[in-house]
Design a protein around this ligand. Structure first.
Ligand code: MTE
Ligand code: MO
Length: 179
């Protein structure tokens, strides 16, 4: 055997050994993505329905304590009254009355308006145990019911630095679990 032939045979053996080692190891395994079931928390905590449409009828709103809020938007002072959004969500079963935990932290409120404007609030930012930010669903400002341009229902979130989520002409409130 020439030196060259020997070198080639050794190289071939090494290559074969290498290939079979790769085959035994198989393709790189992907970490299994956690399923929604695993995210959903304990079996004893049934997940809230998604979407959950929050009732906005007068009878529902009339049962809730009224609060007033002073806020300013674009240099204009507003003095409004209505109900706390968190109180409405809790009273209608859209949000648990207890401090939010687990899968509830992945739920959000989608607000739609008649002019198709939309905004979301996370349930977490509305939970009084997590945040002291107030968000009100108001129906009166300056002592009068809101006109059709603004109402009959409007959100007011005085802790937002801009009134961009103060949705006018509120049409629906829907709580959704993030996909
Ligand atoms: N329905 C509806 N709500 C809305 C808007 C809108 O276009 N449609 N604009 C938002 C934005 S960006 C701002 S700054 C404020 C403006 O409020 P104002 O019209 O009372 O000044 O309303 C918010 N709410
Ligand atoms: Mo705005």
């Amino acid at each position: 055997m020439t030196n060259t032939t020997l070198t080639m045979r050794v190289a071939a053996l090494l290559l074969a050994a290498g290939l079979s080692a790769c085959a035994a190891a198989g393709p790189p395994r992907q970490a299994a993505a956690p399923s929604h079931a695993e995210h959903a928390g304990r079996a004893s905590e049934p997940m809230s329905p998604s979407p959950f449409v929050v009732p906005l009828d007068e009878a529902t709103l009339a049962k809730l304590p009224r609060e007033s809020v002073k806020a300013s938007a674009h240099g204009q002072d507003l003095d409004c009254e209505g109900v706390a959004l968190a109180g409405l969500l809790r009273a209608t079963g859209a949000m648990p009355a207890d401090p939010l935990r687990g899968p509830q932290l992945a739920r959000y409120l989608l607000v739609t308006a008649r002019d198709d404007y939309r905004a979301v609030y996370s349930l977490a930012e509305l939970d009084p145990s997590l945040s002291d930010r107030r968000v009100l669903l108001v129906d009166r400002c300056s002592g009068k019911p809101l006109d059709a341009d603004d109402g009959p229902l409007r959100l007011v979130a005085p802790s937002d630095a801009r009134p961009a989520r103060w949705v006018r002409q509120v049409k629906s409130l829907t709580v959704v679990t993030a996909p």
